[in-house]
Design a protein around this ligand. Structure first.
Ligand code: AMP
Ligand code: ZN
Length: 427
């Protein structure tokens, strides 16, 4: 089902015309309302932007701009018009505050309703929402989206796994929303209690907020008996609902491009890259009122494609996020993203998706080990360990040591974003 068919299936030329129109109004809007943009765009006239290609003439906005003007310096409306404030902690540094007008909240609900529909959700279904409620945008984002769609939303929030299992068993939801790592925690908890996947009522899972792989998807789908899709978003742009995969193809997340204009740029030079090329994802918000952003540098690495999709949507698709530019590890000179380690490990069926990467330093070289849980029969299995190391070496191109550890030894997701990397270099 398509939630907003007209907006989601527009011919691409019409979409581009709409985007250009909205972009020109946006420039006028931010120049008159946001001091930072008044200064930075002093020499830019909306009329100078004659096509979407002219976007490249505009400067990037970065997380530091939000930090420097913390908390509300980039808001484009008076405080009385702000009806909600969320914040993102990020992995380092200060909070970033984001604001919404009533119209922004309406947009937030609609793009999440669209996403739930992309993921297989329908009016009348029950949504078990195990995303954290609070300053994090995930919980309330999916909550409003579910209600807007006409679903019965169970606002469980993250954590208290035992209670989650009980609610899923008793309320028999059709759809679950949470982080992929927490979906795995739930799947494992069901298995430990001998509940077979066919006995779990869930049919669809809308998972995001952290990077994950196809191998992880297979584990979750089998463990919960669902078809899971990848939802993406970030607080600065709106929260979840920036993009979501359709359940038909599950091959890239459809970006709600009528509201969030995506670009892929070279991480080093900032130059725009072509379709299919991998680089940093950048967004311009076309319709937001409280916190409009021009060319916001997400730091996330992915690529875009706009070929037709079986679901009928014309919205371009973004590939899975490989990682954030700042999560990239450099091990003996080789660039490594945690998702590459995950994909390589899960090629071996003896290994579980419970792993963590430990970075340490010997002399001046950074070293990485991965600690991965196995069932008891494989503990101390030297042949398996060597095979896992060889697999990592082949697919990543550098040596990463493998340690096989007992079930339960690696930290599990408690509902929030899971930290997969333990950095011991500072200790
Ligand atoms: P926050 O604003 O705190 O919710 O964090 C947003 C960030 O979470 C994004 O910039 C991504 O790095 C990450 N993220 C969100 N959704 C996904 C996803 N589906 N896959 C990979 N990373 C994601
Ligand atoms: Zn599709």
């Amino acid at each position: 089902m398509i939630y907003e068919p007209e907006a989601e299936t527009r011919p691409r030329e019409q979409l581009r015309a709409l985007q250009l129109d909205r972009l020109q109004s946006l420039i006028e809007y931010v120049k008159t309302r946001v001091p930072l943009y008044r200064d930075r765009l002093a020499n830019v006239d909306p009329a100078d932007i004659a096509s979407l290609d002219d976007l490249r003439r505009l400067p990037f906005t970065r997380k530091d701009d939000l930090r420097d003007t913390y908390p509300f310096g980039m808001f484009a409306v008076p405080r009385e018009e702000v009806v909600r404030i969320h914040a993102s902690s990020g992995t380092t540094g200060k909070l970033t505050a984001v604001g919404y007008t009533a119209a922004d909240i309406d947009l937030f609900a609609r793009v999440n309703a669209r996403s739930l529909a992309m993921a297989g959700g329908e009016r009348g279904m029950t949504l078990h929402n195990a995303y954290g409620y609070g300053l994090f945008t995930g919980g309330l984002g999916l909550h409003y989206g579910g209600e807007r769609m006409g679903m019965a939303v169970v606002p469980v929030s993250g954590g208290l796994t035992e209670r989650q299992l009980m609610l899923i068993t008793d309320f028999r939801p059709d759809v679950i929303a949470c982080t992929p790592s927490y979906a795995l925690t739930l799947a494992q908890a069901f298995r430990e209690r001998d509940v077979a996947p066919e006995k779990i009522s869930l049919r669809y899972a809308v998972l995001g907020a952290e990077p994950w792989t196809e191998a992880m998807r297979r584990e979750i789908d089998a463990g919960l008996g669902v078809r899971s899709t990848n939802i993406f978003g970030l607080s600065e742009v709106i929260g979840p609902g920036v993009s979501c995969e359709c359940v038909e193809e599950r091959a890239g997340a459809h970006v709600n491009e009528d509201n969030f204009l995506p670009e892929i740029v070279d991480p080093n030079t900032g130059e725009p890259l072509s379709e299919g090329e991998e680089g940093v994802l950048v967004f311009t918000t076309l319709t937001k009122e409280a916190l409009p952003l021009i060319r916001y540098w997400t730091g996330d690495i992915t690529s875009l494609r706009s070929d037709p999709c079986a679901c009928g949507r014309t919205l371009a698709r973004m590939d899975r996020i490989k990682g954030r530019a700042d999560d990239m590890l450099i091990i003996r000179g080789v660039n490594v993203y945690p998702t590459q380690v995950e994909a390589a490990l899960l090629q071996l069926p003896e290994l579980t998706p419970n792993y963590r990467i430990v970075i340490s330093r010997s002399g001046t070289l950074d070293e990485a080990d991965v600690e991965v849980e196995v069932s008891e029969e494989f503990l101390g299995d030297e042949e398996l360990r060597a095979r896992a190391e060889a697999r990592l070496r082949e697919s990543i191109g550098c040596s990463i040591g493998v340690r096989l550890s007992a079930r339960g030894s690696v930290p599990r997701s408690e509902g929030g974003k899971l930290q997969r990397v333990l950095d011991r270099r500072e200790l």
